[in-house]
Design a protein around this ligand. Sequence first.
Ligand code: DC
Length: 225
Amino acid sequence: MTETNLTIAIDGPASSGKSTVAKRIANDLNLIYVDTGAMYRALTYQALKQNVNIKDEKALINLLKNTVITLEKTEDGQSVFVNDEEVTEDIRENNVTNTVSIVAAHPQVRTEMVIRQQKLAENNGVVMDGRDIGTVVLPASDVKVFLVASVKERAERRHKENVSKGIFSDLDQLKKDIAERDYKDTSRDTSPLKQADDAIRIDSTKLSIEEVVEKIKELIDSTLK
Ligand code: DC
């Protein structure tokens, strides 16, 4: 194994900093970054737009079969496309955030998404973030990280981010939403959010992004030795 074909899985709950950290590592090591949450969000966006009932698994599968989801590398991260429409910002809107866990709970939707995610990693080194990367998508990853932080810390980070973007933000509501998403992600029947046995748990509550990135790079270095 060399640095160029490394596979790195970063899992953890909502707003634990996975995507920021994953992007940084992918950039520094010149690996492809795959944000699997964006894929579930893209399908949710498309379902809402086309008035497809997100509780109807068959309808969602039909929609997914006709939906090309593309992740494109940009200077500061990744752009997301549904068919030819750019949806990078749209998939972060509340209507998607508040319903995506229903879409991501359907077993057949997950099966198809996992196939697509595995293809993206087939001949490439990747940093992939999500909920089931170390357990289901890439169980043979070279480095597996399970990134956590307290609900309070995650809500405060999201609150600061919203305020800095000029988006209305209610800290108490954010705490409730994050706790509810944790519950939904960990209690669903198919591929619930769960730390892989061989994943390294990093609690970022009291760590900066740089410190988390450094810790993961140390893990990568020790794997390459
Ligand atoms: O990481 P995120 O907030 O963008 O994820 C959006 C939703 O998709 C969230 O409800 C968890 C779900 N998800 C999943 O079930 N499996 C993944 N590999 C990634 C995300």
